[in-house]
Design a binder for this molecule. Sequence first.
Ligand code: BT5
Length: 325
Amino acid sequence: MTSVSVAILQLFREKGGFVSGEVISRELHVSRTAIWKQINGLRRAGYVIEAVPSRGYHLLSAPDLLSPGEIAGYLKAKLIGRRLVCLATTTSTNSDAFRLAEQDAVEGTVILSDGQSSGKGRLGRVWSSPEGVNLYCSVILRPGIMPYEAPQLTFLSAVAVARTIELVSDLKPEIKWPNDVLIKGKKVAGLLNEMNAETDVINFVILGIGVNLNMTAEQFPPDLRHPATSILLESGRPVGRARFAALLMGELDRLYRDFRTNGFGPVRAEWQQRCNAHGRELAISDGGADVVKGMFAGIDSYGALLVAGAGGKIERILSGDVRIL
Ligand code: BT5
């Protein structure tokens, strides 16, 4: 999509209703003939645009495309999304982001793809990524923090995803330690953060975010580790992918800029509020019998789950299966 078409779409969204050729021409410094050509290009890409001689152009509907033009129309973020790379397909947006970050891509670059052929979960697991229905994106950050503080950014992305789900639906998402977002106990989003670091400096962090937006029941693989769902399945209404992507970038932007000024405190507080274990008793097992039991006591700055055992002794949990009793 050309930069003029992107700007025309932005004008349609800003002004609403009919926008005259004269206004477009004046604001974008392009001729009326050039506008006509761009409008026809947009129509070929699936946009339905009405043209009435005395009134101008009117955007009636937009395809559910994950294109820079569609996303830019909704995007208000300053840092996150200042460069957008939208792909029709790829192996994994995290791998693409890693490569771009190694080539000095600016902080805030976001890579999105319509589908992924080898979407990555944690520990070598696979993230199911059918085309055209969900959000798969990776954000490049260059935070001035120590490598051991990097898990803080995973918590930040979980809060951003939960906030965005609330913006587009009436659903009440919950966060499950360490990195899942759930709706009614079923996984709707997964986060995979990767980094390139030396002993005491982070070169960059990749926030990998997968959210099941419009996936149907048949599109889920049968052998998932935990029950899974999508926003469509839970709310009964499809979600515009570009709008969701832009709103998510907006929340990431707000949280990240606050994080850089005020540190991890605000993110930690909101994460703890939104955690499904908030105020609950937990049992943690290492695959076999329960090893620790106690009340949820939050998370620490290294990403550990804190559990208050009998007598108030705080245990730090770094891995394991967490059950709510
Ligand atoms: C995660 O791993 O939850 C991290 C997923 C991160 C995906 C994003 S998409 C954009 C970016 N690019 C990438 O290549 N990755 C990131 P984990 O906690 O290990 O969960 C993986 C497990 O969840 C799998 O083993 C399945 O059982 C299950 N699963 C796979 N696909 C799923 C889906 N679409 N929805 C819910 N569960 C799924």
